[in-house]
Design a protein around this ligand. Sequence first.
Ligand SMILES: [Zn+2]
Length: 106
Amino acid sequence: MHVHKNDMVLVVSGNSRGKSGKVLRVIPDREKLLVEGVNIRKRHTKPTQSIPAGGILEREQPIHASNVMVICPKCNNASPVGYATVAGVTGRKQKMRVCKNCNEMF
Ligand SMILES: [Zn+2]
């Protein structure tokens, strides 16, 4: 997946287009993401033990990873990413993402 947990992303298509937020969770086998504040659905719930009053719960619903672009932490632009393999501090090869806007790895 080109998107990781805690990335900032911009939604570029779908109902939430134009919104941005932090990735709360990645669901790799479905290629979906939970993004903070994006695609919120209201759910009416009956009273339960944890929510004795019941009421309306607002929760993010997953969106497809192809609908977002990662916001590059270096240049702050929503950019396509490429990949580079570099030797990390331990000498082990590490796959890094490369911003196609500013060419920085992150
Ligand atoms: Zn960048």
